[in-house]
Write a protein that binds this ligand. Structure first.
Ligand SMILES: [Zn+2]
Length: 346
């Protein structure tokens, strides 16, 4: 499936298939459909219908791809590691958008890294001749999860690519890739869609309250769609009520009740703090516009320096969040810091 806002990028890439580079780097914020775009480009290249347009969806190659067993296609993502109780931590994103992942829905979390052995297997596959006599395509996502050794293993293939091979790297955080990898790929920026287009798509997906969800998702429609769960919405409202009513915030109780959903709580607290900062600096919130009346009031009584410090700490904490034992204590300490940033001035 190609999202409407990515259609022009998709068409442009496939229109240039005769000058296709050996590696594309699709980069941009999370939740804008980069992976679907990458899959659709792969389908378009591997499709065996005669008209060389977008994938036909009916030929043998298209059917194999749909079933996940095309012999000339590989897709690589961080491998599953041992299961961890307490749900999946946010690991994907470079920005606050869409960082939550499938919090609490599964005990098995995705592994953190794309390892060197997995990359070697893919580069060996790319050296083979194509089973179908056409392209061989490998997809890596998110590419910034490659270990240094994995990235170096990939580099050899990027430097001396076999003919009719396309590597598609998908990255939410291009700055985390080795510059030597980036410089050997053709970068394709996949940005946020226009607000109206994103809203229209969400409404077509029958999402209720699309506008505030899109704001919470920072404009990323797939993230907004993932947020559109009424139970999640109720939890968010409850959590934000607590933050808005900070003079009565019982830090221990809140930290305890959100300890299994700490990644959600973390993301809401971070967005809330960013809204307070943004209220002070620009006069408008970004993530929770429906709560503007509260964030305006709170922001003006808050200690801006303390808020900025808390924001930095929250952002740095993203990679620790998958340790469930630390989660409650971390959440507790952030909430204390939050109430202090308010009471310092109040
Ligand atoms: Zn086809």
């Amino acid at each position: 499936m190609i999202h409407p806002w990515n259609q022009p990028i998709h068409d442009r890439i496939l229109a240039e298939r005769d000058r296709m580079p050996h590696a594309l780097l699709l980069h941009g914020p999370a939740g804008v459909g980069k992976l679907d775009l990458a899959l659709e480009v792969a389908r378009g290249l591997l499709c065996e219908s005669v008209d060389r347009g977008p994938a036909c969806g009916t030929c043998l190659a298209c059917n194999w791809l749909a079933q996940g067993n095309h012999p000339d296609f590989r897709s690589l993502e961080p491998q599953d590691e041992e299961s961890v109780e307490g749900g999946e931590g946010p690991q994907d994103e470079g920005t606050v958008e869409g960082r939550e992942g499938a919090v609490g829905k599964t005990a098995k979390r995705k592994g953190q890294q794309i390892k060197v052995d997995a990359v070697r297997e893919v580069t060996e596959f790319l050296q083979l001749s194509a089973h179908r006599g056409g392209w061989r395509v490998a997809l890596l996502h998110p590419a910034e999860r490659m270990t240094a050794a994995a990235a170096n293993a990939l580099l050899k293939t990027l430097e001396e690519p076999p003919p009719r091979v396309l590597l598609i790297l998908v990255s939410h955080r291009m700055t985390r890739l080795l510059p030597t990898v980036v410089s050997r790929c053709r970068p394709v920026r996949v940005g946020l869609p226009q607000h109206a287009q994103a809203l229209e798509w969400l409404r077509r997906m029958e999402v209720q309250h699309a506008e505030p969800l899109l704001a919470e998702a920072g404009g990323a429609p797939l993230t907004a769609l993932a947020f559109a769960d009424p139970e999640r919405g109720a939890r968010r409202e409850d959590f934000l009520d607590q933050l808005a009513n900070f003079t009565h915030l019982d830090v221990c109780v809140v930290a305890e009740s959100y300890q299994t959903l700490h990644a959600e709580a973390w993301a809401w607290l971070l967005r809330w703090v960013m809204d307070l900062i943004s209220q002070r600096l620009t006069g408008a919130p970004r993530y929770f516009p429906m709560r503007a009346h509260q964030t305006t009031r709170i922001a003006h009584a808050a200690d801006l320096t303390a808020l900025l410090r808390l924001q930095r700490e929250l952002m740095r904490a993203a990679s620790w969040l998958h340790h469930p034992l630390r989660a409650r204590l971390l959440l507790e300490s952030w909430l204390i810091r939050y109430t202090q940033s308010e009471s310092a001035r109040a």
